[in-house]
Write a protein that binds this ligand. Structure first.
Ligand SMILES: [Zn+2]
Length: 173
């Protein structure tokens, strides 16, 4: 059974009852994330982030929050400085209050509770901040004519480089 999403959860209680939640968080609630976005567009305020997650225990008996979020954020293209729409859909898996030893051994990140409580809005905000590219660019390299003209030369040089094939493989990954 899925319950309505809220902001704070008591970890042990939710793990015991295998809490499963689904809902939406308004972008306007996530102020740290907002600072990284292209905010000229007033539609932004109405954006929602669809979230669902469950609480469980991993094989070491450590509580975990496992979920998925989906939204679309408006970034600023660093080539033309106009808005760039970036759809985001990602899975997240975090241990909660894992021991230092486990944190070292595991590839899964840990989240530290506040006296046994976690704030899911903060979890979602951190995940989105990590998902945003440092430099956002439109796929169409012609979005800024002036910029294209200025980099035409290094692009030609790159074609003669034997490693350019490797680089292409990487960028299409
Ligand atoms: Zn652009």
């Amino acid at each position: 059974m899925r319950d309505k999403l809220r902001r704070r959860y008591q970890v042990q209680r939710e793990v015991t009852r295998k809490g499963y939640f689904e809902g939406a968080i308004a972008l306007s609630e996530l102020t740290r994330l907002q600072e990284l976005l292209h905010l000229d567009d007033p539609r932004h305020v109405d954006r929602q982030i669809a979230v669902r997650f469950e609480f469980l225990r991993n094989e070491y008996d450590v509580p975990m929050i496992v979920g998925q979020l989906q939204t679309s954020l408006e970034l600023q293209c660093q080539r033309c400085l106009k808005a760039l729409e970036m759809p985001i859909k990602l899975d997240f898996r975090l241990m909660i209050d894992a021991s230092e030893e486990l944190v070292r051994e595991s590839s899964v990140d840990t989240l530290y509770s506040d006296d046994g409580f976690i704030d899911v809005f903060e979890v979602v905000e951190d995940e989105l901040i990590l998902a945003i590219p440092l430099v956002a660019l439109h796929e169409d390299t012609a979005c800024n004519e002036y910029w294209q003209a200025s980099v035409a030369e290094p692009e030609v040089a790159a074609k003669e480089n034997p490693f350019s094939v490797l680089r292409q493989l990487k960028t299409t990954d």
